[in-house]
Design a protein around this ligand. Structure first.
Ligand code: GDP
Ligand code: MG
Length: 174
């Protein structure tokens, strides 16, 4: 069996948008409510077989979940440097978190490896009644910046596996 292909992924975005919950949903296939705030960054990994590829390949996602607080922002380059993929996460119930996401996209454009595949992620899509950011707004930003785009829910699992599977396919096609 061929070796797993490692892919370093960094998760960026404002505090409380659900970065840790998304990473945990993907890796442990569960929602862990009342997660303690991330200090600095934490590391999680999960291997996923892409059976549609011929020959099938297994990607080992090595996920760096960062802290969104301003005081950790200076550390972010350590995590996005050399990353194959970056998830820039906002919360669909917070217009402010989308503005923060735009600023992360700008920072990645200026400082990250141009090969890094960036995914814009609108999380908490289960909270439809509290929505402040339309799907169209997310899509427009993603189109303008040429990013992959997903709305997800770490809580109910919507689109979480789809996001990583598609990111994996995109990485392979580069
Ligand atoms: P982080 O600071 O970006 O890592 O965010 P956390 O993962 O710690 O989540 C912040 C808060 O949002 C927690 O109370 C989570 O339980 C909640 N949360 C995270 N993702 C979702 C989601 O998809 N839906 C809902 N309803 N709540 C979520
Ligand atoms: Mg966190």
């Amino acid at each position: 069996r061929a070796k797993d292909i490692p892919a370093k992924i960094v998760v960026l975005g404002e505090s409380a948008v659900g970065k840790s919950s998304l990473a945990l949903r993907f890796v442990r296939r569960d929602f862990i409510p009342n997660q303690e705030a991330t200090i600095g960054a934490s590391f999680l990994s999960r291997s996923v077989s892409l059976v549609d590829e011929s020959p099938p390949v297994t990607i080992k996602f090595e996920i760096w979940d960062t802290a969104g607080q301003e005081r950790y922002r200076a550390l972010a380059p350590m995590y996005y440097r050399g990353a194959a993929g970056a998830l820039v996460v906002y919360d669909i119930t917070s217009a402010d978190s989308l503005r923060k996401a735009e600023s992360w996209i700008g920072e990645l454009r200026r400082n990250a490896d141009p090969q890094t595949v960036v995914v814009l992620v609108g999380n908490k899509c289960d909270l439809e009644s509290m929505r402040q950011v339309s799907i169209q707004q997310g899509q427009d930003l993603a189109e303008k910046e040429e990013l992959l785009f997903y709305e997800t829910s770490a809580k109910d699992g919507t689109n979480v596996d789809a996001l990583f599977t598609n990111l994996g396919k995109t990485l392979l096609s580069r």
